[in-house]
Design a protein around this ligand. Structure first.
Ligand SMILES: Nc1nc2c(ncn2[C@@H]2O[C@H](COP(=O)(O)OP(=O)(O)OP(=O)(O)O)[C@@H](O)[C@H]2O)c(=O)[nH]1
Ligand SMILES: [Mg+2]
Length: 427
């Protein structure tokens, strides 16, 4: 089984379609009513849990996922079409992180989890919308808002039922290798296991997932050794198998050190049910140490094992299976900690920018003026009148004057130019 647990993606929701400026053309009424329709909404990008999925494999090849843009508004008050959301199916336990803000935007940890990761843009309003008793020929419409864009890291948190915990070299990987089909690396130096390994363990007619984890050391809860990297993986295990090397000098101390680290980790992992294993019982001093250990913890149930030769493990697996039946699947899920809502804000762009090109030449640029320009028919006097009225409503004259534009200067908007004549200018 290949375990794809991290994928980087670029996501782009659809832009909203623009509202349209259009007028009814009637023979005896050059200024017929406004008929520009609204733009449609762009599609959003949604992540949704699908229990048929167990890896992020399908996402590995899609570098960029887009939702369609909404259609622009049409004449005769017709709406542009809104677009469907793109729904991405992911396994339970998927986390979506925004790479630019470093924020976790979704933690999909229940069967019903579903989150909007990129919000589609809203369609703009056509000029039909702005008709009023004071203005029956509104010559403006609003733009659609842009669809949200994000660079994300999609990550699958390990969803094992049982986690193997213990100091380095106590035999955790050896255990996984003898009870499952997993083939983790085994060696007699500490931190052999650097990444968690999963194995499916069959017990009778049921099965569960066991995670072999890197060794834990004193100070791990403050980030020592593989620290948090390690601990975050057991957050979602329902059950811990705590492996002790009984041939160590002081297994009592080992046991307490590990439990102390589990306790210090946010969420107190020490509360998680444990099965305690006295491993390496084939070693000389193991029996003596176990006696001392039992004397210190007389009420604790301890399983004696020799993982190297798969001895004593059957009772452990049956006990684990029975305990799992009674345990909730995600005991430590804390909605306040994990769930951050997607916050989406959009700021209306400045209607225009003014550039001084020198020699009394000025250029005005910006989505809003340029669209107004495109929507104007310069062969039609009414249309030109609407254009200049709209410019003065945007306070273009004032802005030009503030920048130093003088009477007689030439102002360009795209290919169109006009002479600046400002009645208010005091001379
Ligand atoms: N004598 C004896 N040696 C064992 C037993 N189980 C494992 N070992 C040996 O202990 C050493 C460490 O075993 P691993 O399974 O790699 O230990 P680990 O806990 O996964 O270690 P890290 O990945 O470093 O945390 C290896 O040399 C194993 O062969 C056992 O029951 N008896
Ligand atoms: Mg190991």
């Amino acid at each position: 089984m290949q375990f794809i647990d991290k994928v980087k993606l670029k996501l782009k929701a659809g832009n909203g379609g623009n509202g349209l400026v259009a007028f009814k053309r009637e023979k005896y009424n050059p200024l017929g009513g406004p008929t520009g329709g609204d733009g449609g909404n762009g599609g959003s990008i949604i992540f949704k849990v699908d229990t048929n999925k167990s890896t992020l494999l399908d996402l590995r090849f899609s570098k960029m996922i887009r939702a369609e843009d909404g259609e622009n508004g049409k004449t005769n008050n017709m709406y542009g079409a809104s677009r469907d959301d793109v729904v991405i199916k992911v396994p339970l336990g998927t986390i979506v992180k925004d790479l630019d803000s470093d924020e976790i935007v979704a933690d999909l940890n229940t069967l019903e989890s579903q989150e909007v990761i990129c919000q589609g843009g809203k369609g703009g309003k056509g000029n039909f919308h702005f008709k009023s008793s004071r203005n029956n020929a509104p010559d403006y419409a609003t733009l659609g808002t842009p669809g949200q864009e994000r660079n994300v890291l999609v990550e699958l948190k390990l969803l094992a039922d049982v986690g193997l915990v213990g100091l380095p070299s106590v035999g955790k990987s050896t255990l996984l290798s003898v009870v499952s089909n997993a083939r983790p690396e085994i060696a007699d130096y500490p931190f052999t296991t650097l990444k968690p390994q999963l194995g499916m363990v069959k017990v009778g007619d049921s099965s569960f997932v066991m995670a072999d984890l890197p060794g834990l050391i004193e100070g791990a809860s403050e980030g020592k050794g593989l620290g948090h990297e390690f601990l975050k993986h057991i957050e979602r295990c329902s059950l811990i198998i705590h492996v002790l090397d009984m041939s160590h000098d002081d297994p009592i101390n080992d046991y307490e050190v590990i439990n102390e680290e589990l306790k210090k980790y946010p969420g107190n992992l020490a509360d998680r049910p444990q099965i305690v294993l006295a491993n390496k019982m084939d070693m000389d001093n193991a029996a003596d140490n176990l006696e001392k250990f039992r004397a210190k913890y007389p009420d604790l149930e301890i399983f004696e094992t020799i993982t190297l030769i798969n001895e004593g493990l059957d009772p452990v697996l049956y006990r684990a299976k029975d305990m799992l039946k009674e345990l909730p699947q995600f005991p430590l899920y804390d909605p306040n900690k994990a769930e951050k809502k997607v916050v989406y804000t959009y700021e209306e762009p400045e209607p225009f920018e003014i550039f001084n090109e020198g020699n009394g030449i000025w250029r005005v640029q910006g989505e809003k003026v340029e669209r107004l320009f495109r929507n104007t028919n310069f062969k039609d006097d009414d249309s030109i009148l609407r254009f200049s009225r709209a410019l003065s409503r945007m306070k273009l004259d004032e802005a030009l004057r503030e920048k130093g534009c003088k009477n007689g200067d030439q102002v360009f908007i795209q290919d169109y130019s006009f002479d600046f004549m400002d009645d208010d200018e005091d001379e």
